[in-house]
Design a protein around this ligand. Structure first.
Ligand code: ATP
Length: 144
């Protein structure tokens, strides 16, 4: 079987409210899994930096503008089969802070996008690697 390597980038986005910290999660329109927004690096522009791709994908799929607060991403790996090809995927997630916008303005690639509490993130996320990335990002950063 042919193997193709793909690299995506995205964001684990938080929003501070008066009462708590909320996190952006999205539901994929095709596979229906609850995930953090992300997408292929260089999808539309060649030589696109990972950070630029991550900010772009969060805005497209999550409907919000954000800023990267930690330049070091958390990286996850997974594989899946598509069209008789094995896709080995690397995903870089950056910790981002919400700036503006409404998740309701997500594009068609996601069927839902919303801010939820930390407990809900853990409950709703579909894939163990994303749960692991969330735990790692919480451990590596102090949000106050
Ligand atoms: P991208 O947003 O990076 O362009 P995509 O939207 O084309 O990617 P993926 O979200 O990577 O597609 O989903 C492709 C396949 O991988 C689906 O079958 C999905 O269920 C599976 N998948 C997605 N995320 C993970 C994960 N974290 N761990 C394991 N499998 C995953």
């Amino acid at each position: 079987m042919k193997i193709k390597k793909e690299t995506s980038a995205g964001g684990i986005v938080y929003k501070k409210t008066d009462r708590n910290i909320l996190w952006l999660i999205t539901q994929h329109s095709q596979h229906k899994g609850w995930v953090f927004p992300k997408g292929l690096v260089g999808d539309t522009v060649s030589d696109e930096p990972k950070e630029v791709a991550a900010l772009r994908e969060v805005e497209e799929e999550g409907g919000v503008k954000t800023k990267i607060v930690n330049p070091k991403p958390v990286t996850v790996f997974y594989s899946y089969t598509w069209n008789n090809m094995r896709i080995d995927k690397t995903v870089h997630y950056y910790l981002m802070e919400y700036l503006s916008g409404d998740p309701a303005n997500h594009d068609w690639e996601m069927m839902d996008a919303k801010f939820v509490t930390e407990d809900e993130v853990r409950r709703i996320l579909t894939y163990p690697s994303d749960k692991q990335a969330f735990d790692t990002i919480l451990k590596q950063n102090t949000l106050s």
